[in-house]
Design a protein around this ligand. Structure first.
Ligand SMILES: Cc1cc2nc3c(=O)[nH]c(=O)nc-3n(C[C@H](O)[C@H](O)[C@H](O)COP(=O)(O)OP(=O)(O)OC[C@H]3O[C@@H](n4cnc5c(N)ncnc54)[C@H](O)[C@@H]3O)c2cc1C
Length: 308
């Protein structure tokens, strides 16, 4: 039996350099600073990253704060815009739209939440639409933004915010952060994984160049491929298709828009320098070509590239 010092994790190998890989590398390099742990990150320029993931939720700020990242610098480096929520168009029926905000509607009155009073007044035709009682929705509808305050008594305290940013620039930003904290980047394509015959634990990975990289802990950030967790460890994929049958020159607003389409939805994510667009669909209900045409026919301006 190994003693405790032999069991300690010293060599950490992250496979993949997309958002997940570099977020992991940045977080570990921060938290393990001053220990004798070594962190390696393998990525392949030939494979590249999925290159999407531009609309975030407020939790991203908790992560950035944990790393002492300066928000203004981050925004400048990633061409970020502020986000107060997500606007959903045509989901209930054509013409419908509402904003899902990062904030509350109204305030509790006595023991009951605001929405009970609103529902009661609405049934009598005595109220405005629900969104008009929510500060971030009202601000987003007017294309306005301000930072929330720390003062819990202020109405400006009752919401949060997130960013829309260029995901590849965010990964690059975190890569610089991690490199400054001794994370070693290794360029190359993993072509083989070697695991312990008895325990099944991964011992090393081999690159196309023949280089072998061993480690005590491997973290799979290889994206959809699931190079380690799926292809090697076959941990299994939780199929949610039963719950999500979707498999099936506006101003820059501080929100992401998701619009229902015949076989899925299209999103619009405004950045400083371009508007990110995509179409998520189920190929059981629409062909790849028709889905691509639907995306391209619903852009606000000239496309900057072919769909990925
Ligand atoms: C259509 C769509 C829209 C999305 N929109 C959002 C959004 O708005 N907001 C959001 O938060 N998320 C969004 N997501 C999810 C988000 O984009 C992904 O979860 C995230 O980008 C995945 O990043 P990743 O680092 O896991 O994978 P990837 O970006 O795919 O990175 C994988 C990495 O692994 C490396 N790699 C793979 N195989 C090998 C190999 N054999 N050898 C060496 N390296 C290898 C690649 O080179 C790459 O560096 C969206 C996803 C999709 C598909």
């Amino acid at each position: 039996m190994k003693d405790r010092s032999e069991q300690m994790v010293r060599e950490i190998v992250i496979v993949g350099g997309g958002t997940a890989g570099w977020m992991t590398a940045a977080a570990l390099s921060n938290k393990l600073a001053g220990t004798d742990a070594s962190i390696y990150l393998i990525e392949s320029a030939e494979i590249g990253t999925v290159g999407v993931g531009e609309a975030t939720l407020p939790q991203i700020r908790t992560f950035n704060r944990m790393l002492d990242i300066d928000e203004a610098e981050l925004m400048a480096r990633t061409s970020a815009t502020f986000k107060l929520g997500i606007e959903f168009c045509d989901w209930g029926r054509a013409g419908d739209h509402y904003i899902h905000p990062f904030g509350v509607h109204g305030k509790p009155i006595g023991p009951a939440d605001f929405h009970h009073y609103w529902a009661s007044a609405n049934a009598k035709g005595q109220t405005d639409d629900f969104g008009s009682y929510c500060l971030p929705i009202s601000a987003a509808r007017r294309n306005r933004f301000d930072l929330p305050t720390e003062n819990p008594a202020s109405p400006m305290h009752a919401y949060s915010y997130a960013f829309q940013f260029d995901a590849s620039l965010y990964a690059l930003f975190l890569a610089e952060y991690a490199a400054a904290r001794s994370v070693k980047r290794i360029e190359g394509k993993v072509i083989a994984v070697d695991s312990d015959g008895e325990s099944g634990f991964i011992r090393s990975v081999t690159l196309e160049s023949g280089q072998q990289i061993s480690g005590d802990l491997f973290i799979d950030c290889s994206g959809f491929r699931g190079l380690l967790i799926e292809q090697n460890l076959a941990t299994g994929f939780a199929d949610w298709s039963d719950y999500l049958p979707c498999k099936t020159s506006d101003p820059i607003g501080p929100y992401t828009r998701s619009t229902a389409r015949a076989a899925g939805w299209q999103w619009r994510i405004p950045l400083q320098h371009r508007i990110g667009n995509g179409h998520v669909y189920c190929d059981r209900y629409i062909s790849d070509q028709d889905a691509a045409d639907m995306l391209m026919n619903n852009l606000e301006g000239e496309p900057l590239a072919d769909p990925k």
